[in-house]
Structure formats: C-alpha cells, structure tokens
Design a protein around this ligand. Structure first.
Ligand code: AMP
Ligand code: MG
Length: 395
C-alpha cells in the first residue's frame, strides 16, 4: 500500500495545466486567471475625490467661516475653482475642485446664509488621492479562485474580458450491474447510482467541468469500451470495480489495455484506488462505496483538478479539533473520520457524525470535517487534538 503522500505525488506529477481562454468578466467568478499578476492600467481611483459628503476647501482657511460658492456632484466635469475664503459643497466620490486640499464632513459643518462654519481640517482630510488604492503600473496578485473582490479589482481597471484557465474536463463513469438512475423504478437487488451525480458535483466544486459517460455493467469488454469513451477529456473518473472481486474490471482494463500506475493506498476509507491511463487519457478508478468515492475524490482528484488549474493543495481550511469520543480505525491506514467540528467553550471539538462505515453516506453529508487520524493509531483519542480538514460550513 502506498502512503497518501507518495500516491498524491505520483498523481500530481501527471497533472498538465490546462490552456487558457478568454471569458467575459461577468463569467469569471470561480475561475482562475491564466496569469495571476495583473498590472494596473490606470490609477484607482483615477482622480482625487471626496471620501465624504461635505465641503471642499483650503486647509489653511480652517477653522473659520467660508463662503459657499458652488456644488460638485459625483461624475461632474468642468469643476469650479476654490479660492481663499471659499468652500465648495461636495458629494462622496465627486472630484476635488482645483485649489481645494481638504474636505470637512457635512456633520462637522454648520451652513447658513450662503456660508459655512468649519473646524480645523488638516491638508488631505477626507481626500482620496488619485491612485491611493492602486497606482497605475502596480502589479496586483490575484491568485486562486476569483471571488467578488478580485472581480471588482479587474472591473475597476476597466477590464471586461479576462484570460482564465480552461476548466479541466472530467468524464465520469459508474460501474456496477446493480446501479439504476435516480428517478427510475428500483427492482430487487438494485440501488440508485449516487456516485455519478456526487462526483460531478465534486468536480464542479473543485473547478472542473463534469461530463457523464453513464453507467456500465460489470463486464470486462463493457468497462474497457466505456473507459475508452473518455478519450479526449483531461481526466476520466470511474467509481466501483477496482477491488479484488471477480467482477471488478477497472484495474484489470488499465493493467492489460493501458497502463496501471498504482493501486491501493493506505487511507480509510478508500484503499482500492487505481490510477493509470488508457489511450493516453489519465484514469482514476475510485472505489464504489459512496463514502470511499467522495473521500478519495477529496484527497486525490480535487488536488489534481486544482493542479491542472495551476493551484496548489486542496484549497481547504484546516484546524485542530479534539474528538469527544474514541473512534476506532484500521491502524495500518490513515483515517479520515466524518465529524462535526465546532467551537465549544473556546476549544474546537469534533463529534462523530455517525457510523464510520464506507457505505454510510448520511454521516458524510451531515459532517463538516474529516478528522485525520494517522497510521499506527487504533482509534481517535479524546485526549488529544487531530488535524481536521474543513469540507463544510462551520457553525
Ligand atoms: P465496488 O467497488 O464496485 O465493489 O462497489 C462497492 C460498493 O459500492 C457496493 O456496495 C456497490 O453497490 C456500491 N456502489 C458502487 N457504485 C456505486 C454507485 N455508483 N452509487 C452508489 N453505490 C455504489
Ligand atoms: Mg461494483
């Protein structure tokens, strides 16, 4: 059995960054810039403007009573000049008129009969200078998945299109004679295919684009044909059929028709994970048990998709949490226990989300973290804290 680190290293060595493409800025949320370094093409803000509604004036005239000679609104062009002894009524975001070097806020001023009484205002008070956020030519680093603030910076530069990495395309295949599409009638012995839709959701969450190859019966020929249908995608992810059963064909197909890189990893759940290629396309055979499939996706496929996007790691926050109870595990493997992590009386606590079996899906859905209990330990010990990978909302 390979350790998680060794398996991940071998897998990530196969990651090729995807090419870039141009998208409208409005579609760039959740995408990753092809080049995270963006040079500001202009000053932001482009001109000195007022940070408050109030009066623009000369600092040297304060404190005192000044004549209100004009008004400047946001967006205004052709500004009135401010001379000694004068004030100009100004709105937030409006350009500072020539001659003025400070603003007194409306609430600190007393206006009456065409003049205004103002307190002492130092030079630059409530004035946002041109480029005071970002000056033209500054290199801004917008690493990682683009969120609203990064998009706002790009918009403030006047950009309406950006170059981003193409989403890695991931073909998803379910193997198993017992599987039925949700919405159809179950016959005896059958179960619904929950992996396909779950893995597609996980692909999207990781930044990839999922395509369904469908379900395939447990025959050697059928599995090979279905896996070959994934040619042309960046990655094929199958579930099921990678164990040692007589009807588990995924590993066999990789071994005989393509290339098997490695199989079996010392993680719990998810030992029988297979990685290889078929017809030049990278194939990851995840175990069929739904918890194993999603946890191994989290540990291996998510970092792989991110590596294809030029991103490091899995992008998940981590913290330390103490289990409230002993949770048994296989000492030969590193366990990823499904827990609910929560701050209680100043301490991060991890409660078992329920049964830890690899087919027990509900606790995974109700958990918000995977508690990492190392190889060599027989159980999670309530006497100490463990690393917790946060996969859901903390409340
Ligand atoms: P396998 O890895 O094919 O031996 O499957 C292990 C377990 O996972 C079996 O109980 C399967 O019925 C179940 N399983 C396999 N594929 C899926 C799937 N797509 N959705 C839900 N359960 C599955
Ligand atoms: Mg199966």
């Amino acid at each position: 059995m390979l350790t998680l680190e060794d398996a991940l290293e071998r897998l990530l060595a196969r990651a090729r960054p995807t090419a870039d493409e141009e998208v409208p800025l409005g579609d760039a949320t959740g995408r990753v810039l092809a080049d995270p370094r963006v040079v500001a093409p202009l000053d932001v803000p482009p001109f000195a403007n007022s940070a408050m509604d109030g009066f623009a004036l000369r600092s040297a005239d304060t404190p005192g009573r000044l004549r209100v000679v004009a008004e400047v609104t946001a967006g205004m062009d052709g500004l009135p000049a401010t001379s000694a002894g004068e004030a100009v009524r100004i709105m937030t975001g409006a350009p500072i008129p020539p001659g003025a070097d400070a603003v007194v806020a409306l609430e600190d001023a007393h206006e009456s009969d065409g003049s205004v009484e103002v307190p002492l205002a130092p030079t630059g008070a409530f004035v946002r200078l041109a480029g005071s956020d970002t000056s033209a030519g500054t290199e801004v680093s917008l690493r990682g998945v683009l969120g609203p603030a990064a998009i706002a910076v790009l918009a403030s530069f006047g950009l309406d299109r950006v170059r981003v990495r193409r989403r890695p395309t991931v073909a998803i295949l379910s193997t198993g004679d017992e599987l039925v599409e949700p919405g159809q009638q179950l016959r005896s012995g059958q179960i619904y295919d929950s992996n396909a839709i779950a893995l597609a959701a996980a692909v999207a969450e990781a930044g990839g684009a999922a395509h369904h190859l469908g379900r395939v019966a447990d025959t050697r020929a059928g599995v090979e044909e279905a896996l070959r249908a994934g040619a042309g995608f960046d990655l094929v992810v199958s579930s099921g059929g990678v164990s040692v059963g007589r009807h588990d064909h995924v590993r066999e197909v990789l071994e005989q028709a393509g290339g098997l890189d490695f199989w079996r990893i010392a993680v719990q759940p998810g030992k029988p994970l297979a990685v290889g290629e078929l017809g030049g396309t990278l194939v990851i055979g995840l175990p069929g048990n739904p918890v194993s499939a999603l946890v191994t996706f989290e540990l291996f496929v998510r970092p792989l998709i991110r590596a294809m996007l030029g991103l490091a790691g899995d992008g998940r926050p981590r913290l330390f949490a103490r289990p409230t109870e002993r949770m048994a595990k296989d000492p030969s493997r590193r366990a990823f226990l499904r827990v609910t992590a929560r701050l209680e009386a100043g301490e991060m606590i991890a409660r078992s989300a329920g049964g830890q079996g690899s087919a027990q899906l509900r606790p995974l859905a109700e958990a918000n973290a995977l508690l990492v209990v190392p190889e060599g330990e027989e159980a999670a010990d309530p006497g100490r804290s463990y690393e917790a990978i946060i996969v859901g909302e903390l409340s």
